[in-house]
Design a protein. Structure first.
Length: 758
């Protein structure tokens, strides 16, 4: 939302009121409140007639974080919902002089000038940003609308990232206007399925605006040297300033505040295959797909039934369409005998023709209009209503319908939709419908995820979700929505995924080959490599089947090759997932997250790091040209063993069975001996690949089992040309491959091995 008219003027009809001084300071043990009138106080008469902002500063039980709450009027009734955040506070550390208030939390300092209101944030490395006198404001506008606004200075060369997912616009958010408002807009517009009011700065701090309703961001787009955020219709602004100083630490602290991602089950990292959306299918079709994958030796982990597993015009009824699936229990049993997990598509909308509609209407389980009628429309499903998840009985009702499917043999749910949530409705618990628009998806996915934990156990719960808001990272996994089947859509999908994982989400997937239309064999094969080097991987489309043999024989080879590669990398990938569960650092991450000190990584959005060691640069053209940047250091191609020195941009040709896929120096890459499944005993005949350990370095790689428990580790130390290997917990045959030098097969029970690099 823009409020100014150029550099000097305010837009017609708006008045901006900002604090001039700190008139009074009120100290409590866990907070400090400032009273800041919006004019200078020259005499007692100056205290009359004008607004004053009340500013409360506190620090949550996380070091390096400050919370700033600002009120114009405090008499508004409290509105719900609110994000689930750590809201208790630490004892505040305040030093006060005649001119300055200084707050300290860990390495973060906030200094406030009392005489000429301004705020300055810094850490031990540098000044981070500051707020001048106009940086906090209450604004009244036309039609008696009011706004609260925050601003921060943007430094020279400072870049901003995040704001949720899947922002398919440029990865660097500078110059963009972003409205935090969930919409079902596909992947080719400024709209987003997942909106998170959190952004990350390349200077090593983050801003989380603690408002579930619409937040409007102007990121160097109204005033080019300012980032700005505003909320409409309230008298209150609440945001957190989060210090790193590294981007990883910012994301880790943000997820400490709003919730760490759950640990997905190991089987979910394997290949998922879908029926696709509007295609014709029945049990025979499903078996044709599944058996076709087996015949072609493409390992399959999950089969997904999309919308038409239910009868048309009745979504959602949670009842199998017996015309196509006369024996669903038997069918699921037969599929599970083939080693598959089963996923089915659901959404929170109840069509008027669904047998559940009357039941939901009678018991008050659907959103209502102010006159008590059920809210309905015809967009998507004829006469559909929307489940009211603020009603505990509606949540239980919804879960009971899903539990019946779990009892049949279903393992997980694709929780589609949840973005088009009306605001002209009344909620059971009195929630503000504007605050609920984005927040609805949190409750929707939480209800489903909680059921899965209850029925399957904490270690088996997973959804495949499209919509999200702050906190939604606790319920993995999320995918990228409806993209076209082109290289442009493939690139915009990656931009969206990197924005999402920069916003605290640990895992991300996308429709391999695109959703709308049908990809060329060339695009499909390149997208397959990209998809199987993402945290989660699914073949899915709209109007055509996405089995590889429908494209060409080579597509089968590509799918087989990269599915097996991913399964073999599971000892590495699952350890990264366990780390995400502990720290919040995403499995798929942008280059700036892993290399914050390399300025050339600040704008890269066509490559990423898969965990801490593997660089992936998908190919986005029909010439097979990989164009990518390797940061400083020695890099080794994962598939060929070829070494490259970094600090340079490279363009070179790759066939369909390869792409730029490099392991960074000082890496231990554990590789499993099982290419046919993602969940297995990772220690059985494991190989540790050792990549370019520098002299003087000591590197450790932890190993986890499929329950997420630490079971073993390998430590490598280099002194001169001598490598020393120390193991812990490895009592099975294993191999050490010093890439480019020698392979060692230690004797069982060997806890320490020394070799010389020749």
């Amino acid at each position: 939302m823009k409020f100014t008219d150029g550099n000097w003027l305010v837009r017609e009809g708006y008045q901006i009121h900002f604090p001039r001084i700190v008139h009074e300071v009120e100290e409590e043990e866990r907070a400090v409140t400032l009273y800041a009138p919006c004019k200078y106080i020259d005499h007692r008469g100056s205290t009359l007639d004008g607004p004053m902002l009340t500013i409360k500063i506190s620090s949550p039980p996380i070091e390096n974080v400050f919370r700033l709450q600002t009120w114009h009027f405090k008499g508004e009734r409290e509105r719900y919902p609110k994000f689930e955040v750590l809201d208790q506070s630490n004892v505040i550390d305040l030093t006060e002089t005649e001119d300055t208030l200084t707050f300290v939390s860990g390495d973060l300092t906030l200094a406030i000038s009392k005489q000429d209101f301004s705020l300055f944030f810094k850490n031990s490395l540098d000044g981070l940003t500051d707020i001048d006198g106009k940086g906090l404001a209450w604004i009244n506008g036309p039609e008696d609308k009011t706004y609260m606004r925050g601003q921060l200075r943007l430094g020279v060369g400072e870049y901003l990232y995040g704001l949720g997912g899947e922002r398919f616009t440029p990865f660097v958010k500078n110059g963009q206007t972003v409205d935090i408002w969930n919409k079902d807009g596909g992947t080719s517009s400024e709209q987003s399925y997942k909106n998170i009011p959190f952004y990350l700065s390349s200077k090593g701090y983050g801003i989380f605006v603690n408002h579930p309703e619409q937040v409007s961001f102007e990121l160097g787009s109204e005033t080019v040297s300012r980032s700005q955020f505003s909320v409409e219709g309230g008298e209150y602004l609440d945001y957190y300033f989060i210090n790193g100083p590294t981007p990883k630490e910012v994301v880790s602290r943000y997820t400490e505040l709003t919730g760490k991602p759950a640990l997905p089950p190991a089987w979910s990292f394997g290949l998922w295959l879908s029926t696709s959306f509007t295609t014709e299918y029945n049990e025979e079709t499903v078996n044709h797909f599944v058996d076709g994958m087996t015949e072609r030796e493409i390992p399959l982990s999950v089969f997904h039934f999309d919308c038409f597993w239910m009868k048309e015009f009745e979504w959602s009824n949670f009842i199998w369409d017996r015309r196509n699936f006369p024996d669903p229990e038997g069918m699921l049993h037969r599929l599970k005998e083939k080693g598959l997990k089963i996923c089915v598509w659901i959404n929170p909308y109840i069509a008027q023709k669904s047998p559940l509609f009357e039941e939901g209407k009678e018991h008050g389980y659907l959103l209502k209009k102010s006159n008590g009628d059920v809210w309905q429309w015809d967009l998507w499903q004829a006469g559909m209503g929307v489940v009211d998840f603020t009603n505990p009985e509606a949540c239980q009702w919804f879960q009971e319908k899903l539990k019946a499917l779990l009892d049949m043999g279903v393992d997980c749910f694709k929780t589609d939709f949840g973005e088009r949530i009306p605001t002209d409705v009344v909620y059971h618990d009195g929630s503000d419908p504007h605050k609920m628009h984005n927040y609805y998806t949190y409750q929707y996915n939480q209800v489903v995820f909680d059921l899965l934990k209850q029925e399957k156990g904490d270690k088996e719960a997973i959804v495949f979700a499209r919509s999200a808001t702050t906190g939604g990272q606790k319920f993995p996994v999320h995918w990228g929505g409806d993209c076209d089947s082109t290289y442009e859509a493939m690139a915009e999908s990656l931009r969206g995924g990197l924005s999402l994982t920069s916003s605290g989400f640990g895992y991300w997937s996308h429709d391999i080959g695109g959703f709308e239309n049908t990809a060329t064999p060339d695009v499909f094969k390149r997208w397959t490599a990209f998809g199987l080097l993402s945290s989660h991987s699914r073949f899915h489309g709209s109007s055509s089947y996405r089995v590889p043999w429908n494209f060409d024989d080579e597509a089968v080879d590509v799918a087989r090759h990269f599915t097996k590669l991913k399964n073999s990398l599971m000892p590495y990938l699952y350890a990264q997932a366990v780390e995400n569960n502990k720290t919040g650092i995403p499995v798929m991450r942008s280059m700036i997250l892993e290399f914050p000190d390399d300025p050339l990584c600040q704008t890269l959005d066509r490559q990423y790091m898969l965990g801490d060691s593997i660089l992936v640069a998908p190919i986005f053209n029909d010439k097979g040209i990989g164009s990518f940047y390797l940061p400083q250091g020695t890099w080794t191609h994962l598939l060929t063993g070829e070494k490259r020195e970094g600090g340079t941009w490279i363009k070179e040709h790759y066939d369909y069975l390869s792409l730029p896929l490099f392991v960074r120096q000082n890496s231990i890459l554990p590789v499993g001996n099982n290419e046919t499944a993602p969940a297995y005993n990772y220690l059985d005949n494991i190989t540790f690949r050792i990549y370019s350990i520098e002299d003087g370095k000591n590197v450790t790689r932890e190993l986890m089992d499929t329950d997420g428990k630490n079971i073993a580790s390998l430590t490598v130390e280099r002194k001169g040309n001598i490598l020393t290997f120390a193991t812990k917990g490895i009592n099975k045959p294993y191999t050490i491959d010093v890439v480019g030098y020698k392979t060692i097969t230690p004797e069982l029970g060997s806890e320490k091995i020394t070799v010389e690099i020749v």
